[in-house]
Design a protein around this ligand. Structure first.
Ligand code: 9MG
Length: 301
């Protein structure tokens, strides 16, 4: 039997004894794009993206997700050359300078290949390796992959997302993608799944997925959750500006971690790391059994 794989090492898990919930890790988002919803244009030069990535590592990111094409609702696709032009210089510089693994956020086989050659050690595909050639390329590269659920395509996915039963449908999709990935030669220990919050889902869909996230954590592979600064957080908090959604995002990610997410994809690394530290410290303290529900009386009752 071989030793622990990349994901097991990342999660600090003893091979064969992966817990249902436990050492949740933080994936810092590095968008090298002029048009991402939350930080569009802020880090679209290689220098700015590199400096941002270094800051996220200093804040405690366990891995970095580098993306060169926005997948926000309404985003238009860029061609392979442009995506490579954006991400490769950043990955090349980071690969020799940071100790944390680098993930490439892409659906394009050509970008997967070049990014892994440049030093990326993981593929994050919002299309769950459904693009032509993606499955075989990922299998050939032999690196861990994130298989995410998305209904539709970013350009139109939020126009009228519809499900009979969002939890059952996303669950079925992920079961099928795990099977297809394994059939293509991707080892199960290299697979991570993600329900894809906000990808062809409205706030009610996202809340249902979050409420039943444990079902996805029981698929036998690590679960990733990404709610960072998304529209659902804005709707729940009344915050129109993505940069003002930090507290709401931290709360949602903490709930996701409690329901079994082992990886959290976030913009706000420092805030998320602090929240996880407090949760972990508290989880180690035994809770006394509550005997009876105390009756609370408010002063003007
Ligand atoms: C690229 N990207 C944007 N949001 C994401 C999410 O929620 N999960 C994953 N895996 N990737 C995402």
């Amino acid at each position: 039997m071989s030793g622990p794989g990349f994901i097991d090492q990342l999660l600090g898990v003893v091979f064969g004894q992966r817990p249902k919930a436990g050492p949740t890790r933080v994936m810092g988002i590095v968008n090298v794009t002029p048009d991402s919803f939350s930080d569009g244009g802020k880090y679209d030069s290689a220098d700015a993206a590199y400096a941002h990535a270094m800051r996220l590592v200093a804040e405690g990111a366990d891995l970095l997700d580098i993306g060169g094409e926005s997948t926000r609702p309404g985003a238009v696709e860029v061609d392979v050359e442009e995506e490579l032009r954006r991400v490769l210089p950043v990955i090349e510089r980071l690969a020799t300078r940071v100790a944390v693994p680098i993930s490439i956020d892409t659906s394009k086989p050509e970008v997967m290949r070049a990014a892994v050659d440049a030093g990326a050690g993981m593929i994050n595909d919002v299309r769950g390796l459904r693009r032509e050639g993606a499955l075989d390329t990922a299998a050939m590269l032999g690196v861990p992959v994130v298989l995410m659920h998305m209904q539709g395509e970013p350009c139109s996915m939020q126009e009228a997302p519809a499900y009979d039963d969002v939890v059952a449908e996303v669950h079925r999709f992920l079961v099928e993608r795990i099977f297809v990935a394994e059939m293509a030669g991707i080892a199960k220990r290299n697979i991570v799944v993600d329900p894809g919050f906000g990808f062809g889902k409205n706030t009610q869909h996202n809340l249902q997925l979050l409420a039943q996230l444990q079902r996805f954590a029981e698929l036998g592979v690590p679960l990733l959750a990404g709610l960072s600064r998304k529209k659902t957080i804005g709707e729940l908090t009344g915050r129109a500006e993505p940069r003002e959604r930090v507290f709401g995002s931290v709360a949602a990610h903490l709930v996701a971690a409690q329901r079994g997410a082992l990886l959290l994809r976030v913009h706000d690394v420092a805030a998320t790391v602090d929240a996880l530290k407090v949760w972990n410290a508290l989880a180690a303290v035994p809770m006394p059994r509550v005997q009876a529900k105390p009756e609370i009386r408010w002063p003007d009752d």
